[in-house]
Design a protein around this ligand. Sequence first.
Ligand code: MSP
Length: 514
Amino acid sequence: MTRARYTLTTAIAYVNGAPHLGHAYEAILTDALARFARLDGREVLFLTGTDEHGEKVAATAHIEGVPTKAFADRNAAAFRDMGRDLAISNDDFIRTTEPRHAVAAQELWRRLQDAGAIYLGKYEGWYSVREEAYFAESELNTDPATGDRLTPNGTQAQWVEEPSYFFRLSDYADKLLDLYETNPGFLRPETRLNEVRAFVAGGLRDLSVSRLAARLEWGVPVPGDDAHVMYVWVDALTNYLTGCGFPGDMGDRWPADLHVIGKDITRFHAVYWPAFLMAAGLPLPRSIFAHGFITIAGVKMSKSLGNIVAPGDLLADFGVDATRYLLLREIPHGADGSFAHAHAVARLNADLANGVGNLAQRTLSLIYKNCDGRIPEPGALTDADTALLRAGRAELLPVLRAYMADCAAHKALESIVDLAARADGYIDAAAPWALRTTDPARMETVLYVLADVIRCIAVALQFAMPGKAGALLDQLAVPQDARDFRALADAPLAPGAAIGKPEGLFARFTAPEA
Ligand code: MSP
């Protein structure tokens, strides 16, 4: 029996600041995959949320002079709002400060302890508060100006010595290497798996998994030892189980099919997480996809450079559907993508206003004027008609499926826009406006073929632009129950259905003055 449920997750964002375009991208990419799976007939569980514990959040709240919980509440709300504004269709939103999550994290801890995978020791070493991560001496650089020790990512590392619980990560190197060997799709793209494999092959040290509550209260208490709170990554990773109902019966919700994360947190997801799960005797996630980073005109977004783009900035300029389209289309598969406003305008105009939008507007206006506002009745089909219909009804979906299985939403969208361009070529060659007087029956056939291809384009576009694609399907009078991927081949447009007065759906934008 094939397992129908498809569980996928985003990383859960730190609440030490407001959401930016990088968070928006991850949410939109994962949402596109979730919507695609639903359109493809799968039952989906799509989880997202916020990572609220840890030193970084506590320290930022302190600097801002706000109680930590109030600070976390405020920023968690900003992430929730971002999801709503971007039409993210998550089924749950897990906050790691919720009681249900503490229950899950503590139960995982107990299982690790029962399995003998956790022991009390003493932590001595380098730690970056900014990254909430430990570093080996050999990984650090020294800032020549200040003498500060810096991590490979340029944040300050400090020397820490304290009693700490440890997870026996060193026991898992061989098992992890085995996992990568037998399941090379466990972490994609392959370059990321290679990095992680090299890290593991270099040898693993046991991992400090607790902090002294005296120094950091802001965390999930270690069960049976209130002097410690859990290391934030143990707590954070467990959110994926919390969202599946752990420690209750998780049914077919776990294991997750896909964790979507950024390339900076592969070590946590592809090394620590499977090791914890192996130790606890729980199934491993099926795959992890690490996307690239969004840069602003080629430069990393950062507060100090003052080039942070908030999702709201794009929403104000372009609206939700175009914003989603842009991020999905512009960020290539697994690589970094540079965001620039002028380029965004050119992309939206080419693909949407002049592409899909123009095709739909031309076709629907002709139908509205010349066919009494009803979907026309096709007559005998030519080879060109059949080929175009086949492209929309049958050939598009397998291509989209292959790209989306690879998380390559930009390629999927490219193929949809290519189909619109092909339909544009067809309309120019068939010139239905000229057939009106010479061969009205042929005109009706041509307009039917075009309308049905536009239906297929709109059905396909729903995963990226649910609002605009839905509005286009409304214009075509496509019933709500004929909008999933099965309908591509099975539910062609019904001749005679009345269409609304066509209205341009895709705005043409102008680039700001340079
Ligand atoms: N809290 C951890 C994740 C815990 S998951 C169990 C964390 N939070 S984060 O807020 O720093 O990042 C959340 C996600 O956003 C991560 O997947 C991260 O890679 C991604 N991004 C952060 N900045 C980004 C860009 N500039 N571009 C694209 N994604 C980026 O890490």
